[in-house]
Design a binder for this molecule. Sequence first.
Ligand SMILES: [Zn+2]
Length: 427
Amino acid sequence: MLFKSVTILNEHFDIEKDVDVRIEDGKIKEISKDRLEPYDATRIIDGKHRLLIPGFANVHCHVPMTLLRGRGEGLDLWTWLTTAIFPFEAKMTADDMKIGTRLGLLEMIRSGITTFTDMYLNIGAIAEAVAESKLRANLCFGLSAGEEPFDQRRGVKETLDLLKTVGTNQGRVKVDLGLHAEYTSDEETVRGVAALAKEHQLIVHTHISETKNEHQGSIERHGMTPLAWLNHCGILENPVIAAHCVYVTAEDLKLMAEKDVTPVHCISSNLKLGSGVADIGAWQKAGIPYAIGTDGAASNNNLNFFEELHLVSLVHKGVTKDPTFLQPKELLAAATMRGYASQKRTNAGLIKEGYDADLVLIDLDKPHLVPENDLASHLCHSAQAEDVCMTMVGGDILYEDGTFTTLDEEKILAEARQATKEILARI
Ligand SMILES: [Zn+2]
């Protein structure tokens, strides 16, 4: 496949015009300012008024929660979880998980997301839906305190079963180890997760200090912040994906910088649940590489990555009263390359020769994208999910000009409506 004379966001996150890009065997084979010969290209794509960017990495999601979109609006986190979310989730079957996943996949592919990191339950079913779609994902079961001994917990079993299914953990679907959060765990659970992750060399995906209550509660319960307590129990001996980190202390920041911790900024969810705004300037100052996530569709309420970029850029400029804070380059690196790195996916997340062809093509023939004075800024401040005209993962086109190649959109929308109706009838 050959993109001819296309504008790209290059490996330094600069805009480069009139470039040819050759895709071969799922990789970016050649990038050239000179015209490349098509040779035996099966497809030549005219790059006129098109922008090619690396796909987005959505590093914190609960994908089946699309079915809970709009449920329990206007509640605080704990009331929302216990009255609106948990009772619904308790009635979801493995099939419902798959249907909710497919709905979320449509939305993510449509907004240029090429890989995501997810925490939920029934991860075997979720993995099947993801594999059908050909998107990439790091999946985990969010373990919490339970009655049974750690080894016999459903989450441990589901994690090990999926590890067996995906084999070397090097493919499009990878397995992480999930720990829901400090406030839903006990020491046995946390130590069990730390040891199991170590044994299988897995990333631990967890929620950290999402709300002030949670942060303060941990200090009362353990005499330590959530992050310090997880470190005390051995979690930080593994790579960690830490969603939210809205409330972190100077000691937490030191710990995050020393260990392999990627905080994930979920601005829509934090704003909507009134949790607060994470101090990503402090993360930057401490040299902590952070990534960006949508969180689940029930607290966002969509999986649209362009909206996240727009909000992150505007809110932080407003909060810091500094319009020079968070330049598009910095934000786009967090949205792509750094997200892939947090998933331990190497040679991915950049438009660079030899890297995975996880690419998104943006249609610039849109009133809100003309003129092309600063396309990196346009991506953060003007572009819409609807502007994506192609999403490609590993050289496979998953979406092009309104059509999904691996998912049946009409059928998925009908199934999602029906499944939600049936779940509500069971509550
Ligand atoms: Zn979450």
